[in-house]
Design a protein. Structure first.
Length: 227
């Protein structure tokens, strides 16, 4: 194990999310999972093996609660796993983050091992779990942190709201390392041009989510005020 002092690890889905951490990226060890829960677990384990003080899941989420618009910032008090477990973020970390991010909502987030692109799929998960949002990394990060006896925190912002479907083209546009694949998006659009309106809406929705995440780094301060 390589000691990292009091540095924390952070798992994101996209490289763009990692860039939004700004100066915090110098205080964190960051891994991009590419919206792949298995890769998120692997990266989390690697960070744990390197001796991080705890883990953070940071990035966009899909809305499940119809009342939440794009750009809603979340500090979930619980992460609901696909296997039915409910894992609780570190209370001290979460309290400090909440003080600096007063607009963040305290609402549960669900983890999914597959992309939920359809409105019906989102509604079904909302009904089964009561969660306000869903993503594909937080449950993996939470499970690995708890298994290692480490604190964890989830900071997420709503992108696609509950009433909007996620176009197939958007799912094709992310590589395994979290970088964008614009040609894959274009190829999907050429095969199914009817996705264009949904994709344009998603760009706007995601912009609101990215803007919310972009305000996080500067307000949490060095070391995310967790150490």
């Amino acid at each position: 194990m390589t000691a990292t002092g009091d540095r924390s690890g952070c798992i994101v889905g996209m490289r763009r999310e990692a860039r939004l951490l700004g100066r915090l990226s110098r205080e964190l060890m960051v891994g991009c999972a590419g919206a792949d829960p298995a890769r998120a677990r692997l990266l989390a384990r690697r960070l744990i093996d390197q001796g991080v003080a705890g883990l953070v899941s940071f990035g966009l989420a899909g809305g499940l609660d119809p009342a939440l618009p794009p750009g809603t910032l979340l500090l979930p008090p619980v992460v609901l796993l696909p296997d039915g477990r409910a894992l609780t973020p570190d209370s001290a970390w979460r309290q400090r983050a909440s003080e600096r991010l007063p607009e963040a909502r305290s609402l549960a987030i669900a983890g999914s091992d597959r992309a939920l692109g359809g409105i019906a799929d989102k509604a079904a998960l909302r009904g089964a779990s009561g969660a306000a949002a869903v993503d594909m990394e937080s449950h993996a990060v939470a499970a690995e942190a708890v298994a290692a006896g480490l604190p964890f925190l989830v900071i997420r912002a709503i992108a696609d709201p509950a009433g909007r479907a996620l176009p197939t083209a958007a799912l094709a546009g992310l590589s395994p390392d979290g970088s964008a694949r614009p040609w894959a998006v274009l190829s999907s659009l050429l095969r199914r041009p009817d996705q264009l309106i949904g994709l344009v809406r998603l760009v706007g929705d995601s912009a609101a989510g990215f803007a919310a995440l972009g305000r996080v780094g500067g307000r949490l301060g060095p070391r995310l005020a967790f150490a």
